[in-house]
Design a protein around this ligand. Structure first.
Ligand SMILES: Nc1ncnc2c1ncn2[C@@H]1O[C@H](COP(=O)(O)OP(=O)(O)O)[C@@H](O)[C@H]1O
Ligand SMILES: [Mg+2]
Length: 252
């Protein structure tokens, strides 16, 4: 398979396991600069597990996750801290700290990881909230937001440190179709205006077709990736299970 030069991340021979239980084996793919890459597959196939490997929260049973020349899982603490600043993450639950206002949530990474002064933190957080369409949410409590607004606030928090790469785990799960479509629009805007590379786990086929340049399919039977290509091409001529999966378009 042809791969673009100078990818942001290279995954090489990655096998993921819990004890003796292999989740996925022999994964090999690049994350290209500026792309939206969707990770899809049946529930339980290992999508969230793959994200945890990509951000260094879980150690590979075999293989490597390379950011440039750096193996994420071999990096010394100091290098690791630098690597971690390159990506933002929104986990599946997408939870905000309920004891803090929305603004405080978005400012938190700046407070923890930078010495940005307080007034500048507020300015940056308000800008990130405006970017996700939450101009007026700075002073609100997370409980005052709708589900879709909370997801967008969590994305604003993931963007706090201006990452070049954004990992999103099921960003549109639990959202009504309107909010889900709005989130798709937001993801495309981030790429267009900030050049952010996005890796998104999704079970929403509509969302994958709306935003993804490429789709990585993790097969739950073969326990490895069986497709990596443009969604439209895979819907036409991908392996059987991938085509069947992509035919669920229009269903929640
Ligand atoms: N902490 C864990 N310990 C043991 N097995 C786990 C753990 N987390 C997930 N698994 C198993 O790993 C597999 C992949 O899980 P996950 O990555 O969450 O799937 P997905 O996100 O694709 O739905 C599942 O079979 C799940 O039961
Ligand atoms: Mg998951």
């Amino acid at each position: 398979m042809h791969e673009a030069a100078d990818p942001l991340v290279r995954v090489v021979g990655l096998t993921m396991a819990f004890g003796d239980e292999v989740v996925q084996r022999d994964l090999a793919f690049d994350i290209r600069r500026g792309e939206v890459l969707a990770i899809v597959g049946a529930s339980g196939c290992g999508k969230s597990t793959l994200l945890r490997h990509l951000i260094g929260l879980q150690t590979p049973a075999a293989g490597q996750v390379l950011y440039g020349d750096q193996d994420l899982h071999q990096a010394e603490d100091e290098t690791l801290a630098v690597l971690r600043r390159r990506f933002g993450v929104m986990f599946q639950a997408g939870a905000l700290w309920s004891s803090m206002t929305v603004g405080e949530n978005v400012m938190l990474p700046l407070r923890l990881f930078t010495d940005t002064p307080a007034d500048e933190r507020e300015r940056l957080a308000r800008w990130k909230l405006a970017l996700v369409g939450l101009d007026d949410a700075f002073e609100l409590e997370p409980a005052e937001l709708s589900g879709g607004m909370r997801k967008r606030a969590a994305i604003a928090r993931a963007l706090a440190l201006d990452p070049e790469l954004l990992y999103l785990d099921e960003p549109s799960s639990g959202l009504d179709p309107f909010s889900a479509a709005r989130l798709d629009g937001l993801i495309l805007n981030l790429r267009r205006h900030l050049g952010t590379t996005v890796v998104m786990v999704s079970h929403s086929i509509d969302s994958v077709f709306a935003v993804a340049d490429r789709l990585l399919y993790l097969d739950h039977v073969e326990k490895t990736m069986t497709a990596l290509d443009a969604p439209r091409l895979l819907a036409e001529s991908g392996p059987d299970r991938v085509r069947a999966f992509l035919q669920r378009r229009g269903r929640p």
